[in-house]
Design a protein around this ligand. Structure first.
Ligand code: ADP
Length: 544
């Protein structure tokens, strides 16, 4: 027997209609090329979204057409998120920081009909234009007064494009399983893979994200997503914030600029922000140097890569900001876990609490998970037994877009293999110990590179650390620790290793430490271990 409830489709359009009706006065503030502080309300945003949707329909955009965006976090990108999905087409967010080859591959693979591009990113398209196949029109995200000179042909200005549309556009109705948006994983090996989200997945993910032990969102928050809107839906914030009516602050292209972030936080009263560790290292550095503060900021959500302990401690002790680590993947819309404490955990000793907070956190309702060993046997939740992490749930990919090759990423029981090696403790806190391809195998045993990095960044002089496996004649691989020191700090190799001893099994201790000025990062802010391995491929340990 079916229940007697209405079958209202869970669509992105429903989020927009709700926000328009219930939170018309909540603000969206953006930094753009043509305006250092653009400000309007949700009501105004959704009027323009309807105009854009109407203009897209008049242009001839049909359901399922892919519309590319090469844009920063700002109000026009927000309008595209809603208008494109709202007409039944697919918003394809493209990461402008990827290599030109990858961007070309992605645009051609998605067969984008239109591309909406920020003026600052136009030069990227100019370089690859000859290799791009399907794009009919480029719409530059600015007004007529700020249109850049460009060698691109078939170009329009966003403000004039949107000006063609009518405010009273009627949103079409469609099934909640309709595809809404598309995002490619950065593909450190092989070509990028397309993750095709559905309206239903986005809505369920947003509802889960709002919950108190997840992101704890409400109309009282002022949220600044520093995670790019081209990277996994800015972790869902542009969808979740309108549901609750929170004010949104978009830093535009200035996401890597400490001065802009600090000014936005202070002037707009930002209470919550989210982004990858490198952004926070940069902001903390800026605050230290400028002696400025972030008084309104209460919480920061850090994910995408393991969070160095120094960030957690600096935020807490210098700025009274609580850091919550989160873990997820492009294939997971992205949210899987968030590190929020259970009752009583606030009172555990400081060192233990730090270790707990370095874990990636507890699973959000909606995401099922298990860890398995090499024989596919499920591992216990004891915080000690590592295994390959598999997940399943309504906002997790069941396959890649137009997948050409077969792999075992999606198994026949409907589980997605994350490629992460993790432990899960008795309290349900998951901890990533490695990417399966980064784990160091010494004498047949596994050494967790992330755990070593976590310990190293707990040293007061270290700003960032990376550990890679280096070939070793006896042990097959041994760990090499590569560190970046905080400004004006120093520590000797022996002193650092002596400090680390006792914090991990003796045989885990790195065989050598190298001090570098910078550690390379991927386009999505992860330590680029493949590049480090290449850079140090001829490195030999002093003793081997
Ligand atoms: P990509 O496009 O490179 O796949 P994703 O953002 O989807 O980018 O990357 C997901 C991966 O990032 C995860 O599988 C995990 O290895 C890593 N990751 C994400 N969040 C964390 C975290 N909090 N700690 C450690 N690793 C993380």
């Amino acid at each position: 027997m079916h229940g007697l409830m209405m079958n209202s489709p869970l669509t992105i359009t429903s989020i927009m209609k709700h926000a328009d009706r219930n939170h018309p006065d909540s603000e969206i503030v953006s930094v753009t090329v043509d305006n250092p502080r653009h400000r309007y309300t949700y009501r105004e945003a959704f009027i323009r979204t309807r105009k854009l949707a109407c203009a897209l329909s008049q242009y001839g955009i049909k359901p399922d057409d892919r519309i590319g965006t090469l844009a920063w976090n700002d109000y026009r990108h927000f309008e595209l998120y809603y208008a494109v999905s709202g007409v039944g087409a697919i918003t394809h967010m493209i990461n402008p920081r990827l290599s030109h080859d990858q961007i070309t591959f992605i645009i051609n693979h998605a067969e984008d009909r239109l591309i909406f591009v920020d003026p600052l990113i136009v030069p990227v398209l100019e370089k690859i234009i000859d290799a791009i196949k399907n794009v009919e029109l480029f719409v530059i995200l600015t007004d007529m007064a700020h249109m850049p000179e460009t060698s691109l042909v078939n170009v329009r200005c966003y403000e004039s494009f949107i000006g063609d549309g009518a405010e009273d556009f009627e949103w079409p109705e469609f099934d909640e399983n309709t595809a809404s948006s598309l995002c490619y994983t950065s593909g450190t090996t092989g070509n990028p893979k397309g993750v095709l989200y559905s309206h239903r997945a986005i809505v369920l993910h947003s509802l889960a994200e709002i919950a108190p032990d997840v992101f704890n969102l409400s109309i009282r928050e002022v949220i600044m997503p520093v995670v790019p809107m081209f990277h996994v839906n800015a972790w869902g914030i542009p969808y979740a914030a309108p549901i609750v009516g929170a004010k949104l602050v978009f830093p535009g292209a200035k996401m890597g600029d400490g001065e802009t972030l600090q000014a936005l936080i202070e002037e707009e009263g930002v209470t919550l922000s989210a982004g990858v560790p490198t952004v926070w290292l940069m902001l903390l550095n800026y605050l230290e140097k400028s002696a400025k503060t972030v008084a309104s900021l209460r919480r920061v959500i850090i994910g995408g890569a393991a969070c160095p302990l120094s960030i957690l401690i600096d935020f807490r002790e210098k700025y009274d900001v609580t850091v919550h680590q989160a873990w997820g993947m492009t294939e997971m819309t992205p949210l899987g876990t968030v590190n929020t404490l259970k009752p009583g955990m606030e009172n555990i000793p400081a060192d233990e609490l730090n270790q707990l907070k370095l874990k990636q956190g507890r699973f959000v309702y909606g995401v099922e998970m298990k860890i398995i060993d090499d024989d596919n046997k499920e591992q216990p939740w004891d915080g000690l037994s590592p295994g390959l992490l598999k997940v399943r749930g309504p906002w997790i990919s069941s396959n890649y877009y137009k997948k050409e090759d077969d792999d075992d990423t999606f198994d026949k029981d409907g589980w997605f293999s994350t490629g992460d090696i993790a432990t899960i403790d008795e309290n349900g806190f998951m901890q990533i110990t490695d990417r399966s391809k980064d784990v160091i195998k010494s004498g047949g045993e596994w050494i967790s590179s992330i755990e070593l990095e976590n310990i190293a960044t707990g040293h007061p002089t270290i700003s960032e650390a990376a550990v890679i496996g280096i070939n070793h004649p006896k042990w097959s691989e041994r760990p090499l620790l590569i560190v970046v020191l905080k400004e004006n700090e120093e520590v000797g190799k022996e002193e650092l290793l002596a400090w680390m001893a006792g914090k991990v099994p003796k045989w885990w201790l790195p065989d050598d430490v190298l001090f570098v000025d910078e550690i390379p990062h991927t386009a999505t802010g992860k330590i680029q271990k493949t590049k480090l391995r290449k850079l140090f491929k001829d490195y030999k340990f002093p003793s081997s």
